[in-house]
Design a protein around this ligand. Structure first.
Ligand code: RTP
Ligand code: MG
Length: 139
């Protein structure tokens, strides 16, 4: 079952711009079922924990400042081949390189404020889902 789930969060730029509903509509129309969802605010410290793998990267400080700048909408999603199919739906990290019709091509503002996150492996999907949700919050 773990292989069929991924984790996402709608990032502060997209939530702040009022694009939450439009993005959720694209996710559901692409065949993903919402297993868990909420609205949350990360502190800079907690954003730093989430993106710990990037802590040596030059963009880490900016990224954690940005990710704690406003509300986010984290979700656990279910579908066959969830991780890979979801990365296709969101498009490349840099919206200038994101394929036409992808969520980032439509909604991202920049390489950093890029509208949405998607887990990059089944293992990380599991870890990231647990970062935000307790078992009782998953349906
Ligand atoms: P994500 O983890 O958020 O789904 O994005 P991703 O896999 O496509 O990209 P990743 O390399 O994991 O980077 C995580 C997030 O850091 C910001 N970033 N900024 N200024 C920059 O050069 C830069 N590069 C990455 C983006 O918000 C990216 O999604
Ligand atoms: Mg990533």
């Amino acid at each position: 079952m773990a292989g069929n789930r991924t984790f996402t969060m709608i990032k502060p730029d997209a939530v702040g711009a009022g694009n939450t509903g439009a993005i959720i509509k694209m996710i559901e129309e692409a065949g993903f079922k919402i297993v868990a969802m909420k609205k949350a605010l990360l502190t800079k410290e907690r954003a730093g924990q989430f993106y710990e793998v990037h802590k040596e990267r030059p963009f880490y400080n900016d990224l954690t400042t940005y990710m704690s700048s406003g509300a986010i909408v984290p979700m656990i999603l279910e579908k066959d081949n969830a991780v890979e199919d979801f990365r296709k739906l969101i498009g490349a990290t840099n919206p200038k390189e994101a394929a036409e019709g992808t969520i980032r091509a439509i909604f991202a503002e920049s390489i950093e404020a890029n509208a949405i996150h998607g887990s990059d492996s089944d293992e990380n999907a599991e870890i990231e889902g647990k970062f935000f949700f307790a078992e009782v919050e998953k349906f």
